[in-house]
Design a protein around this ligand. Sequence first.
Ligand code: SAH
Ligand code: SF4
Length: 387
Amino acid sequence: MNSPVNLLDFDVDGLVAWFAGLGEKPFRARQVMRWMHREGCDDFDAMTDVAKSLRTRLKDIAVIRPPVPVRDSVSTDGTRKWLLDVGNANAVETVFIPETRRGTLCISSQAGCALDCAFCSTGKQGFNRNLSAAEIVGQLWLANKLLGAARDAEHDSLASDAAAAEIEPGEPDNGRIISNVVMMGMGEPLANFDNVVTALRLMLDDHAYGLSRRRVTVSTSGIVPAMDRLRDECPVALAVSLHASNDALRDRLVPINQKYPLRELMAACQRYLDRAPRDFVTFEYVMLDGVNDSDAHAHELVALVREVPCKFNLIPFNPFPNSGFLRSSAERIRRFAGILLDAGIVTTTRKTRGDDVDAACGQLAGQVQDKTRRTVVRLKQTTEIRS
Ligand code: SAH
Ligand code: SF4
């Protein structure tokens, strides 16, 4: 017997085509789509407005199967991290970052990464495999479900607290728990293009998650041809991991630069902006003590990005064992940001979130595996969620 088809692997067009193969109408596909993604339903029997005969048939040939969480940690700052088992001793991570007016989910696209940036613990693990579309969008499916459950419980207690204190419980701006998605977890999203785009389409589709393009961000180390494809096929907000102000330094820190050097990368950013939902690119810049953080580097950056409407997000380096790098001092980061700001470039410095559960950038799943994929090393102590 064929193994069942995971319906989380399809975007709307894909599901309509698959249903057509069963002799079913497009509206049936959209109905099932809404149950799966809007209601978080993984049980065909619960899809009460779908014909019983179709439900029975679907149960025989299909499943709705998100990745399985094997660990759920909450940081003291409210950041929540799930470690997901994606088979063959591979694990990836999803991180939820609550803020006052928004909630951001940071999603992984690959188990490991082949691009081997010098300062990144995911890169140091090497590449294991691409995640499927179901595993990518399944992270959003799962987080919605688990956070929804947490919120329901919290609301019950908040409601009783509120009743006692006569206050309204707070809600994020647009009423959604997850208002933003960033593809900034493990892996290089544009190296897993087709599956990432299928997942992005679901995030944007009104039959599924209905997020605005401006609130979905792909972060890339700069795979130029894939940036052009993303612009043509599914333009969303773009973040580019710059990390260096000249080719010699970037060749060393972000090796893909040897293939797509800065001049080509800047031109690709400009082309992207023709169709982008936002009128700027975000440049991410990890602050490495004594490596890329001098005043001269900042001035060189200003000249480099002169033609590209952009914002900068400075990321204090998150250390991991044997990285060989140190984080720039707070004073150095402030001076560096000052030079960019004086040149009229909007510049923010990322707050390090989820440090105590290793959910900060570049630390993801670093303790789970080594490069050989055989040794599972001891997980660091985390703050387990209270049940
Ligand atoms: N592969 C993609 C997206 C995932 S990494 C990319 O490189 O853009 C998300 C961000 O975290 C990138 O800007 C990446 O360069 C940065 N990062 C990686 N390791 C880091 C570390 N140890 N400290 C701080 N930022 C890091
Ligand atoms: Fe891969 Fe991004 Fe890490 Fe570079 S920084 S190794 S592209 S995950």
